[in-house]
Ligand binder design. Structure first.
Ligand code: SAH
Ligand code: DHB
Ligand code: MG
Length: 224
């Protein structure tokens, strides 16, 4: 019952507030057709990313975990002229689908997709002197989140918005004895976040067509 209701409410909101999005619809259907997992952010969550990037005036965005480029498009759409987004993806197959979806959204000129493990591509970005980024979206493998948070802070400035997806996991996050490596990864992420004096953060639990999960929102308060 609850899931049906959450999905129906998501549909109600989407139909009223941001219907008819052929570019995002095609990104999703091509991702499914290519056999990618159905784990992109939902339409309302994607719109939230667009709005947060707009509100923050983001010109330089970093995304960790591209999949088929759905959230990439949501974020890149918010960029002003001259803005850039770098997205990091490990799976060549996901990256290939994403490149097509990003091109269809007419965003190939502003999005740079870097193939490889984020554990390797993040230090390269730092070595190249890239950043600071205005907004960083963490959404790759959950065991990596604690390390991604550390890189996000390194690649930030005061005022950078750091957003992390899937940080509630149906409430499993409060189970210290969970045998799920994703839950343990998220718990290590929270421990790192709690110990990180340079950011101020909270998590909003969410329900919707993707079930029960949540987003962490953090702002760098003491960066460069
Ligand atoms: N942000 C996307 C969903 C990302 S799903 C959206 O909402 O539309 C998570 C992605 O992270 C997958 O494509 C997976 O291949 C990728 N990934 C997993 N481990 C990774 C790693 N170590 N480095 C970079 N990407 C990784
Ligand atoms: C999973 C990953 C995600 O990024 C997501 O939004 C939902 C699920 C997963 O790996 O299970
Ligand atoms: Mg996610």
């Amino acid at each position: 019952m609850a899931q049906e209701r959450w999905t129906a409410v998501d549909t109600y909101i989407t139909n009223l507030l941001h219907p008819h999005d052929p570019v995002l619809d095609a990104a999703l259907s091509d991702s499914v057709a290519a056999g990618l997992p159905s784990i992109a952010v939902s339409p309302t969550q994607g719109k939230l990313l667009t709005l947060l990037a707009l509100a923050n005036g983001a010109r330089n965005i970093l995304e960790i975990g591209t999949l088929g480029g759905y959230s990439t498009i949501c974020l890149a759409r918010a960029l002003p002229p001259g803005g850039r987004l770098i997205t990091l993806e490990y799976e060549a197959k996901h990256a290939a689908v994403a490149r097509i979806n990003i091109a269809r959204a007419d965003l190939s000129g502003v999005v740079e997709l870097r193939l490889g493990r984020a554990q390797d591509t993040l230090p390269k970005l730092a070595l190249e002197g890239r950043g600071p980024f205005d907004l960083i979206f963490i959404d790759a493998d959950k065991p990596g989140y604690s390390e991604y948070l550390a890189w996000a802070v390194t690649l930030s400035r005061r005022g950078t918005l750091i957003i992390a997806d899937n940080v509630v996991r149906e409430g499993e996050v409060i189970e210290p004895g969970s045998t799920d490596p994703m839950v343990q990864g998220i718990r290590r992420f929270y421990e790192s976040l709690a110990a990180e004096s340079r950011v101020s953060a909270t998590t909003i639990q969410t329900v919707g067509c993707k079930g029960y999960d949540g987003f962490t929102i953090a702002v760098v308060i003491n960066g460069k």
